[in-house]
Design a protein around this ligand. Structure first.
Ligand SMILES: C[S@@+](CC[C@H](N)C(=O)[O-])C[C@H]1O[C@@H](n2cnc3c(N)ncnc32)[C@H](O)[C@@H]1O
Length: 263
């Protein structure tokens, strides 16, 4: 058997890929990719981003994609350690921001146990960037003063208990991994007398296939169904949804298209 030389000071770099559009990664993220030896990437990461990595870089999809093998978190942790020692460094490319429902800190903690140092390059989280791309502010003077980002699917599968607190406040509530809980969510708002609360469902945000449904707790389920809106989606709930500036959304699309034709 051939002996493998192990590197002395292995490094893990967590890179946030942004919400989908491959131009929404940071410059630092691109630089990390351009010198990567190994990239372990998630399913929601746009594969165009891999073109920044050298040709001989090892690129492995470790995220869930229907019909294909998906890695358990424990297997991803082990791959990080294995490749970091074999190649000297690993780039872990994660959708959005690695620290927003991204399990980034778990990977760092695991790597640390094996003497692997880490760097974090933040990314634009879908939770804040997708409403912004639509000209939908998460906070607006005179409308509200805060926003909550909650999960619709906790480790046990249910909606976070924090959602029920957030829904009773005047904050904007952004729900990730909550598309399949739309019925429970709308019923809860109705039960507390907020049936007219505005809500937007943004699917495949920032990508050409983006679809959005905007309505209230009374009609959003049927609107989403009509538009065939599935996962991945975020839910944006609050009075700020009414502040959406449609022209800005159109302008963003035009800007994105013109960038693409320039390259
Ligand atoms: C495990 S969380 C990861 C979030 C990520 N770390 C971030 O900061 O954007 C995945 C969830 O984010 C949401 N999501 C991510 N990208 C999205 C996109 N382009 N459009 C709509 N929702 C998206 C969906 O709710 C999806 O189920």
């Amino acid at each position: 058997m051939q002996a493998i030389n192990l590197f002395q000071n292995p490094l893990l770099t967590l890179v946030g890929a942004g919400p989908g559009d491959p131009e929404l990664i940071t410059l630092k993220g691109v630089k990390a990719l351009s010198s990567a030896k190994v990239v372990l990437y998630d399913a929601l990461v746009h594969t165009d981003l891999l073109e920044h990595a050298p040709e001989n870089c090892v690129k492995i999809l470790v995220g869930k994609r229907s019909g294909k093998h998906s890695f358990k978190q424990s297997e991803i942790n082990e791959l990080i350690v294995k490749y970091a020692y074999e190649f000297g460094s690993v780039v872990r490319l994660k959708g959005g921001d690695p620290f927003v429902f991204g399990r980034g800190s778990e990977e760092i903690e695991y790597a640390e146990k094996f003497g692997i140092a880490s760097i974090v390059i933040p990314g634009l989280s879908c939770s804040t960037s997708l409403p912004g791309l639509q000209g939908m502010p998460l906070t607006k003077r005179g409308v509200n003063e805060s926003f909550w980002v909650v999960t619709g699917t906790t480790e046990k599968g249910g909606i976070s208990p924090d959602f029920y607190l957030a829904a009773q406040s005047s904050a904007t509530v952004v729900v990730l991994m909550g598309r399949n809980k739309l019925h429970v969510i709308t019923e809860f708002y109705k039960s507390i007398g907020k049936d007219k609360m505005p809500i937007a469902v943004i699917h495949n945000g920032s990508l050409k296939s983006e679809k959005t449904a905007i309505g209230s707790m009374n009609n959003i389920e049927s609107l989403s169904k009509e538009k065939n809106i599935g996962t991945p989606s975020i839910l944006v709930i609050g009075e700020v949804v009414k502040e959406r500036t449609a022209t800005l959304s159109i302008a963003n699309n035009i800007i994105q298209q013109s960038f693409k034709t320039l390259i």
